[in-house]
Design a protein around this ligand. Structure first.
Ligand code: TNX
Length: 517
């Protein structure tokens, strides 16, 4: 059977596959043409390709990388062309990609666009391109022509490093994998009842005491300033923005256990290593709380080059309702005063006095209850936008089915790969809210997640479903954005997961009828 589309995930906006056209062949003599302005992308591409091919792939930096025909050798070269005028009209993150017997050419208006073109090119090569040692295969790509641009500007994943801690190496490895699917934000849930994971120099107890615990009583851990800088830099080199989250006023037991002054009686809370939620709260009006928050927000903002800072606000069941409302308003203004756009979980929309532009992150069900929808719409009414993470389809910590050894099931039972694929972000909230959606995010909470293998098990392959919702055009009569086509492409992706060293959690559940077509 011939695939009706190429095999790229997320599905490109347009891809032509001329029948019978000769392939592109990468050889010992191939070179990469790119100007210095896009050196980060050409170096990244060279590193990806040199390892499995063993080819030298020198980077040639002409003043202006010309058409493929000029300065190329027998059609085996790759040209990265930065076209600031965006003649192709692909926008800030889009690109065009041409592969043929005469070479490869990626054109984009920004380095980010070129980077995404590189990710598509990666997926056109044989799966062995993902191996980290030299392989002897024909390094060919089908001849194809792609025009591609993202649907949403916020294409996110979230990692909870508070319930279980994952060190900077694990996070960097995770970033490497996210990049392949054109994900551009990684939200780090840095603090919770069970752990405080980011160094705050003015409050060393936070990590010294609050960082030394995790779920089940493991050793925990935290990021030093150097670790966090390394994560931010590794992310930036992959065009991923880190969104740090300091979860307040609930989910704060780790801070309360580290700093006695934050507790009304001046006595430190005992550390917590269970998995209950909603029992802790900051004292929302004490001077000690706001002095602490000033230090924390200032230092986290300092360490964050990206525009956003998430201040949580979820499940504050131990906070008095009126106090909560005033607290989230003041917290949003504190974040804004440090030059960051605040993000909060949707509960914070109960306040009608948030800092202008505060973004709401919706995490309830695909069919919201009326009061939850109202709280979420309140962000839009206050000039903010929305990130959607509906728990019953976008939560990466849900089990796939009853047989999954890890994962939770509170969000309307388990979540199959198909369920994570078949939902439409603009149909969740009523009315004007659909145009306020800046994107989606798949959160991985880590109550049951202890290792990189556990992360991979729950994240893959469902993250690919979310990446396609975030990047690709919505399904239409004429489009191939269907579960059937996606599951075929996912099937074809199997050897790539293997080469990447990823063991995905759910075998792709294409039913036999589809497989036999
Ligand atoms: C709800 S979702 C939480 C987290 C849990 C998660 C488990 C949200 C904003 N809060 O504290 O880890 O459920 O699925």
């Amino acid at each position: 059977m011939r695939l009706a589309t190429g095999a790229i995930i997320p599905l490109p906006t347009e891809q032509l596959l001329p029948v019978g056209a000769e392939p592109f062949v990468l050889t010992q003599a191939s070179r990469i043409f790119a100007t210095d302005a896009v050196a980060s992308v050409s170096t990244y591409l060279a590193n990806i390709l040199r390892t499995p091919t063993g080819f030298p792939l020198p980077i040639i930096t002409p003043l202006e990388a010309g058409p493929i025909e000029e300065g190329t050798d027998g059609g085996h070269d790759i040209v990265l062309h930065l076209d600031l005028d965006d003649v192709a009209g692909v926008g800030a993150e889009g690109y065009t990609l041409e592969t043929s017997f005469s070479g490869v050419r990626i054109t984009a208006a920004t380095p980010a666009g070129l980077f995404y073109g590189v990710q598509s090119l990666r997926q056109l090569f044989p799966a062995e391109v993902e191996q980290r040692s030299v392989r002897s295969v024909a390094w060919e790509t089908v001849a194809t022509s792609i025009v591609d641009r993202p649907r949403f500007r916020y294409r996110g994943a979230m990692l909870d490093v508070a319930r279980h801690f994952f060190n900077a190496d694990v996070v960097c490895g995770f970033l490497d994998d996210l990049a392949l699917f054109k994900i551009n934000t990684l939200h780090l849930h840095l603090t919770d009842d069970q752990g405080w994971r980011i160094a705050i120099e003015s409050r060393p107890e936070l990590t010294a005491v609050g960082g030394a615990t995790e779920v089940d009583g493991g050793a925990g851990g935290f990021y030093t300033r150097e670790d966090f800088a390394r994560i931010v830099e590794h992310a930036a080199a992959r065009f991923v923005t880190i969104v740090p989250e300091i979860d307040i006023p609930g989910h704060t037991n780790a801070a309360l256990s580290a700093i006695p002054d934050l507790n009304p009686g001046g006595l430190a809370a005992p550390p917590y290593t269970g998995t209950e939620v909603g029992f802790s709260t900051l004292d929302t009006i004490s001077d000690a709380t706001w002095a602490f928050l000033e230090d924390v927000v200032r230092e986290v903002a300092e360490q964050t080059p990206g525009p956003w800072l998430h201040f949580g606000g979820d499940e504050s069941h131990a906070t008095n309702a009126d106090d909560y409302r005033e607290f989230v308003s003041r917290a949003s203004r504190l974040v804004a005063s440090h030059g960051k756009v605040p993000i909060a979980w949707h509960e914070a929309g109960i306040s009608t006095d948030l800092a202008p532009g505060t973004i709401g992150q919706y995490w309830s069900y695909r069919v919201p209850q009326t009061d939850t929808a109202e709280r979420t719409l309140s962000f839009v009414e206050q000039g903010g936008s929305l990130i959607l993470s509906p728990a019953d389809v976008a939560y990466l910590d849900m089990a796939y089915d009853e047989s999954s050894p890890i994962g939770l099931s509170w969000a309307d039972g388990s979540t199959s790969v198909q369920e994570s694929y078949e939902w439409e972000p603009t149909e969740i909230l009523p009315g004007q809210a659909s145009s306020a959606v800046i994107g989606i995010e798949g959160p991985l909470w880590t109550e049951t997640v202890r290792s990189r293998a556990d992360i991979d098990y729950l994240v893959f392959p469902r993250l690919l479903a979310l990446a396609e919702i975030a990047w690709s055009a919505p399904p239409s009569e004429s489009s191939l954005r269907t579960w059937t086509d996606f599951s075929r492409r996912l099937d074809a992706f199997g050897p790539r997961f293997q080469a990447l060293g990823i063991t995905p959690g759910s075998p792709n559940s294409v039913d036999e009828a589809v497989r036999a077509e």
